[in-house]
Design a protein around this ligand. Structure first.
Ligand code: APR
Ligand code: PHB
Length: 390
């Protein structure tokens, strides 16, 4: 088998890259180790920056997103018993965010690719990338019990944090930067209309809580928990009780409903530099992780593959490697801005277990500042909706 671009991973990064390349007449093969069922049902985050929405629409897969996505013009920040609104659009020349599940983005991309009869293989096993430092890299894998070899010009490592591409780079090439947080999020999807029409981030002495949604009928909610929290200790009643305590406000009701899905996610910040080794280009979670507090993970992944697709197209058209050579630096500028923003939002909103009252007072002061100073609110807003230039 031979293709132009071999793509490992059918998450948002790999699938969007394949779609962008296809629109420019470049062939690719996407290899995914999970089943289609699994990738289409994995519940993930759901806030898209306007730039992400624009790209998906331009790439021809924004039809359902434009129909069903919820356009939001602001977010709530709650602390000290009060909810404040950050009017994102007012503060950023009319920019908006769209609430649409990452799971839905993946479904739309998978459907578009299969409808065109383009190669996307699920349940491949034992994926190995090789000869990355030559101009004839390749991927070996097994599928339906048979061993396959795929020769390519370029390999795109879009296989997430636990993938095989990044670890295939020889030791010493990559520098890693990371931070662990001593907490996680317990998230639920609930069959109840969202109790607020915008996303609310809540600082509370019991720990952080987040109110979000997937549609006008489905709520998505999170509470800060231990990173290794045992879900068995969280019957539905306890989850709702905790959400009520952390999100509750005088004169406002948090409506409860059946819990359809639940899970615990750990939180980490991580960056691998550079995002390239020879003909292997890393994109999305394979190269960087942000804690979910700034809703940046998916948006960064989409930005990476936009830059990568442009560079690959330019290389095939002109033979020049200028954009490919600039890929890693171009992505890392935005990655580090999002790393800082996500770390900052996380630090401002979560209860830090061993923190003293000094830390708590600093958080409250910062929260008062971003909800009362125009300049501070603009800074939060422009990062949240996604900076046009970094
Ligand atoms: N071979 C093939 N596929 C693999 C392998 C492997 N060895 N290892 C992992 N994968 C697949 C995973 O099953 C997953 O479907 O690669 C895909 C990576 O997708 P994501 O983890 O969704 O990462 P990415 O596409 O970069 O999207 C980033 O996902 O985790 C969220 O918050 C994150 O929103 C961000 C987005
Ligand atoms: C979500 O809706 O899942 C969501 C929203 C905002 C975040 C993270 C997750 O910051």
């Amino acid at each position: 088998m031979r293709t132009q671009v071999g793509i490992v991973g059918a998450g948002p990064a790999g699938l969007t890259l394949a779609q962008l390349l296809h629109r420019q007449g470049i062939e690719s093969v996407v290899l995914e180790n999970r089943s289609r069922e699994y990738v289409e049902h994995r519940v993930r985050a759901g806030v898209l920056e306007q730039g992400t929405v624009d790209l998906l629409v331009e790439a021809g897969i924004g039809e359902r997103l434009q129909r069903e996505g919820l356009v939001h013009h602001g977010i709530g920040i709650q602390f000290d018993g009060e909810r404040h609104r950050i009017p994102l659009s007012e503060l950023t020349d009319g920019r908006t965010i769209v609430v649409y599940g990452q799971t839905e983005v993946v479904r739309d991309l998978v459907r578009a690719r299969l409808a065109e009869g383009l190669p996307l293989l699920f349940e491949v096993a034992d994926v190995r990338v090789h000869d990355l430092d030559t101009d004839r890299p390749g991927i070996r894998f097994t599928h339906d019990g048979a061993e396959h070899a795929l020769a390519c010009d370029v390999v795109a490592g879009c296989d997430g944090y636990h993938g095989v591409c990044r670890p295939s780079i020889p030791a010493g090439v990559i520098s890693e930067f990371s931070r662990e947080y001593p907490f996680g999020w317990l998230g639920i999807l609930a069959d109840v209309a969202p109790s607020n029409d915008e996303v609310v981030y809540a600082h509370n002495e019991r720990g952080f809580a987040l109110l979000s949604m997937r549609s006008l009928e489905l709520s998505r909610l999170y509470v800060q928990c231990r990173p290794d929290e045992d879900l068995a200790e969280w019957p539905d009643d306890r989850i709702w009780e905790e959400l009520q305590l952390r999100l509750g406000l005088e004169g406002w009701t948090l409506h409860e409903g059946p819990v359809l899905e639940r899970g615990v996610t750990g939180m980490r910040s991580y960056v691998a530099e550079p995002m390239r080794y020879g003909r292997l280009f890393l994109a999305g979670d394979a190269a960087h992780i942000v804690p979910p507090t700034g809703a940046k993970g998916l948006n960064l992944a989409i930005h990476d593959v936009r830059v990568l697709a442009e560079a690959i197209v330019a290389w095939y058209r002109t033979g020049s490697t200028t954009l490919l050579d600039a890929y890693s630096d171009a992505c890392l500028r935005r990655v580090w801005r999002a790393e800082h923003f996500s770390w900052w939002m996380t630090s401002m909103l979560h209860r830090l277990e061993h923190d003293d009252d000094f830390g708590l007072k600093l958080q409250l002061s910062q929260l008062r500042y971003v909800t009362s100073s125009h300049a501070a609110a603009v800074s939060l807003a422009e990062n949240y909706v996604g900076l046009e230039r970094v």
